[in-house]
Ligand binder design. Structure first.
Ligand SMILES: NC(=O)c1ccc[n+]([C@@H]2O[C@H](COP(=O)([O-])OP(=O)(O)OC[C@H]3O[C@@H](n4cnc5c(N)ncnc54)[C@H](OP(=O)(O)O)[C@@H]3O)[C@@H](O)[C@H]2O)c1
Length: 324
């Protein structure tokens, strides 16, 4: 996706730069030639600043004086961690988001692109969901803390525009898979947790147990595709209203389908059990990418099956450095 835009002097601060999505943007910018003349990119981790703390947030903005911000930092996790810690997800993310947006405002940042998630949409809704429906009812109970904190980013973006005319916007990815994800069996998102668990079951010669029935359906987007699209949003998307960045609805698959792809990719030949006593979360939540297609009709996504296979391969080859 070649950009025709010429960059002015642009200093881009990426919060959450050490996470899966941050690493994908770093790859796009540093290794795919995505960085334009005049641009400087800075990728932060929590070691540079704990963004829950307003003093540390201001200090890191003072240090780098960004003109643009991609805000990815968040307390994130898989469904079972959310269910145990809804309050912590709510409070930490409210603080992180308010600190980043308000500091960006105080320091004259021209544009902020923040990251929402398709799991913040209303639980009871019509399908497919789209960008206009974020606030149309309560989110699924399993992750209500994280969801309400994320929804407030959209509210704040509109308020910064109304009061100050700022172009602070947000993107909405669906489920993301790719290198550098969190592969913790207990706390990771579904595919990465299953990859890690299958790898371990193969090594130990034990059966594989999947939490839930396997019937829940999701859209899996490859992190490198998301990285390319977020860079496009930073440069060319002018709306305050958010935009869904995802593979299309036709790529939606069940957790069981994803498990079969993982078993094949990791050559796992053991038995696979589905523990139906555990929650499936929202059973489905297809998200429409009609808006993205109006802007970028030809953007080519990595098919979800290939994205999961690539993630399995990365995990096997990088087991020593993977987050477990
Ligand atoms: N992964 C998905 O499927 C998915 C789907 C939809 C939306 N999203 C959104 O995409 C964004 C990035 O997610 P990800 O999957 O890349 O997550 P990730 O791999 O877990 O990375 C999280 C990032 O946030 C940083 N961070 C966490 N707490 C922080 C704090 N208190 N102060 C400063 N930095 C902090 C982490 O820094 P350290 O490395 O130092 O801990 C890391 O760089 C998030 O906003 C998430 O909500 C993700």
């Amino acid at each position: 996706m070649a950009s025709k835009i010429q960059a002015g002097p642009m200093r881009v601060l990426v919060t959450g730069g050490s996470g899966m999505v941050g690493k994908s943007i770093e790859h796009v910018v540093q290794q795919e030639g995505g960085k334009l003349d005049g641009e400087e990119w800075i990728f932060l981790s929590s070691k540079d600043a704990d963004l829950v703390d307003v003093g540390q947030t201001r200090a890191v903005f003072e240090k780098y004086r960004p003109t643009h911000v991609i805000h990815l930092a968040a307390k994130v996790g898989g469904i079972y961690l959310h269910m145990r810690q809804n309050l912590q997800f709510l409070r930490d993310n409210i603080k992180i988001n308010d600190n980043v947006l308000q500091t960006a405002h105080e320091m004259g940042v021209t544009k902020v692109v923040s990251c929402l998630s398709s799991c913040i949409f209303p639980d009871k809704t019509t399908y497919p969901i789209d960008e206009t429906m974020i606030h149309n009812g309560p989110p699924h109970d399993s992750n209500f803390g994280y969801s309400h904190a994320k929804r407030m980013i959209d509210v704040q973006n509109r308020a910064y525009f109304k009061q100050y005319g700022h172009c602070y916007t947000a993107v909405i990815p669906t489920n993301v898979v790719g290198p550098y994800d969190n592969f913790s069996i207990e706390n990771a998102h579904v595919v990465s947790a299953l990859i890690s668990k299958t790898y371990k079951a193969k090594k130990e010669g034990t059966p594989m147990t999947v939490c839930g029935s396997g019937a829940a359906r999701r859209q899996f987007t490859y992190s490198l595709d998301l990285g390319r699209l977020i860079v496009w949003v930073l440069r060319e998307y002018k709306e305050i209203d958010p935009i869904i960045l995802s593979v299309g609805e036709e790529e939606e698959m069940s957790i069981k389908d994803a498990m079969d792809i993982i078993a094949e990719a990791l050559d796992f030949k053991g038995t696979i059990h589905y523990d139906t006593t555990l929650s499936d979360g929202q059973i489905k939540k297809p998200a429409s990418i009609a808006k993205l297609r109006r802007y970028l009709p030809d953007f080519s996504f990595t098919p979800a099956k290939e994205a999961i296979k690539k993630t399995c391969n990365w995990f096997e080859s990088n087991y020593d450095i993977a987050r477990l």
